[in-house]
Ligand binder design. Structure first.
Ligand SMILES: Cc1cc2nc3c(=O)[nH]c(=O)nc-3n(C[C@H](O)[C@H](O)[C@H](O)COP(=O)(O)O)c2cc1C
Length: 304
């Protein structure tokens, strides 16, 4: 462990503040041969739902300028297969593993959390609230203060592990939603999820993505994500985990300066599966070059 990188986020000790993000690191075990999983700060598994989901029609990803658009459709094996087939191997790791959880109504989220509660091997939960609430006309939990309060309160009541609420950038103002998450019991918030976007093939006049719209991620969204992280960190007292386009150690430092206590790395893993580890190493080099004693000293130090 590099001591200057070690940090604690809502009571969870991380070897370093760089986690692999949900949806780009499968269930972690698939990366075992490419990355020393125990050297990671931690990772977040692919979003888990009550029942298995097959996902959206292809094409599901499109490479855009400095980024990537995806609409996977939250494909996953379902929480019960996850605890039976993946979690036993994850429980043997010496790194922080987070389960990313989603649903289409509050009860879906609560049920997934209840199943996970019964099994060892997880450090905490990350709630993906960028999902339509089908009982409320498809309004996204992440976009409506009342729906957000309802789901976070209900999950917090049953969760036996720290709860991170992952917020969406597809909102006019993040501060009220960050505060609602905090007041409803979130132990931390993470942001951002992907930015809703549309790529068009001019020759066929069709969307590049099978489902039509998709979520933009990667370096293209980094300045947007930094703005959201800065605003959210000023709105709440709980820790903020920042992500969106991080690809280098200096990117990670920027998010920490904006107010993030830790960061996640998603799309960069597509071109460099070792990127979360490399980024942590680069962050340590950055601290050394700048004469900064520890990564935590960067948090919230933006000079305006
Ligand atoms: C292919 C793909 C799948 C994703 N799946 C999930 C998911 O299941 N749950 C979730 O909360 N976020 C998911 N995300 C969002 C990422 O975790 C992350 O918030 C977003 O991509 C921004 O970070 P990045 O620019 O480093 O990729 C997914 C992103 C991608 C690219």
């Amino acid at each position: 462990m590099t001591p200057q990188l070690a940090t604690t986020v809502c009571g969870i000790l991380l070897k370093n503040p760089v986690l692999a993000a949900s949806g780009t690191f499968a269930y972690g075990v698939e990366f075992e041969k490419l990355v020393d999983l125990n050297a990671l700060g931690g990772f977040v598994v692919k979003g888990l739902s009550r029942d298995p989901i097959e996902g959206n029609p292809p094409p599901r990803v499109f490479e855009s300028e400095a980024g990537m658009i995806n609409s996977i459709g939250l494909q996953n094996i379902g929480v019960r297969a996850f605890v039976a087939e993946k979690l036993p191997a994850l429980a043997r790791l010496r790194t922080a593993v987070f389960a990313n959880v989603f649903g289409y109504c509050t009860d879906d989220y609560v049920e997934v959390i209840r199943v996970l509660n019964d099994h060892p091997g997880l450090a905490g939960y990350e709630l993906n609230v960028s999902c339509p609430n089908t009982a409320h006309g498809g309004i996204y939990f992440s976009n409506d203060a009342m729906l957000l309060a309802e789901v976070v309160t209900a999950v917090k009541r049953v969760a036996t592990r720290p709860l991170i609420v992952k917020l969406s950038p597809n909102v006019a103002a993040i501060e009220p939603l960050a505060r609602v998450a905090e007041e409803s019991g979130a132990d931390a918030i993470s942001l951002v999820n992907t930015v809703i976007s549309l790529a068009i093939d001019a020759r066929t006049r069709r969307p590049r993505i099978g489902a039509g719209f998709g979520g933009l991620s990667g370096p293209a969204i980094k300045p947007i994500a930094l703005r959201f992280v800065y605003q959210a960190a000023h709105a709440v007292r709980i820790p903020v985990i920042g992500l969106g386009g991080i690809a280098t150690g200096e990117d990670a430092a920027e998010f920490m300066i904006a107010g993030a206590s830790a960061v996640e790395v998603g799309t960069a893993t597509f071109w460099d599966p070792r990127s979360p580890l490399r980024i942590a190493e680069e962050l340590a080099e950055f601290l050394g070059r700048e004469g900064i004693a520890k990564a935590a000293d960067l948090v919230g130090t933006l000079k305006l």
